[in-house]
Write a protein that binds this ligand. Sequence first.
Ligand code: KG4
Ligand code: ZN
Length: 345
Amino acid sequence: MLVLGLESSCDETSAAVVLDGKKILSNIVATQIPFHKIYNGVVPEIASRKHIEWITPVVKQATKVAGVELDAIDAIAATNRPGLVGGLLVGLTYGKALAFALKKPFIAINHMLGHLYGSQLEYNGVCNPAVYPFLGLLVSGGHTIISIAKNFNEIEVLGTTVDDSIGEAFDKVAKFYDLGYPGGVVIDRLATTGDKESAHFPTPKLGKGHDFDVSYSGLKTSVIHQKDLFWNKNIPYNKENLCAAFQETAVKILVDKVAAAQKATGLKTIVAGGGVAANTRLRSMLKECLPLDIEIVFPPLKLCGDNAAMIAGVGYQYLMRGETSPLNTPALARVSEFKHKSTRI
Ligand code: KG4
Ligand code: ZN
């Protein structure tokens, strides 16, 4: 089965053709980074306009690289939630129109399910899909979710952020110190030559009922407004040191909660997904802090960020169950699906 995936929830216009929910025949990602860089953040209106401009050539490129005609596609899957509504509408409407014209099934996809599916795809000829249930770790620009993934769309949320997401903390710190965009990528790079002991920022104490929850607004505030209070006076201030110290704390906050969730659930596999899953320190610290017999699965770097292959992969799974979406399915900026309960999405 060939599924054409479309992704336009933020600042990447992407289309992909995926065979049987696994084999990526094409995964075209047109990044808008140069257009948002000058503003140090995503400008929603610019994003929507670029999606409109690029969606047709990106889809054409995806079918060309895959070596298939549109007629050969069995279904079309598009992200419809969560994200920037203007951007979502472009891929969603395009997908619906294509499905209608081609008389093929249409499937609306939750972007976060896509991120959790990233490592289930074959990459460079290798495919080792994690077996459900596993501990799912979703870390992106808008979400920080620790969950039990019982299936590709059955997610029991154990913990989430009570305020900002981890990605937002990276982005806001980078924006404040004018380090560059996207913030997480730049901080990750600068931190490699920095000293993580240069500052010891406080970590949140969330108390009862928040065993697996995280918080990032306090860290963000202390790094931005109270840096001098926590700086180690024996170490000189520079942006590399600042990034290393901030990143160490941001990642530690998360890894401590992932370790606690692993211990509580006894699950032996952890699967990460989302843009922040590309973070070098997150990858190394998880390995350092979890027991040796725990398998930690990260998507390949190219599949951590937004891409349509992950959307096509989830689409295939729904298709196999005969579950499709009506053509009046709306685009949604936010979802209530990732609450503290078992959810079928
Ligand atoms: O999944 P994603 O591409 O888009 C959303 O669904 O939000 O994630 C984007 C987020 C941004 O906050 C970006 O700064 C962060 O992922 N990011 C990183 C790294 N690469 C991207 N954060 C930390 N380290 C990285 N290497
Ligand atoms: Zn994403």
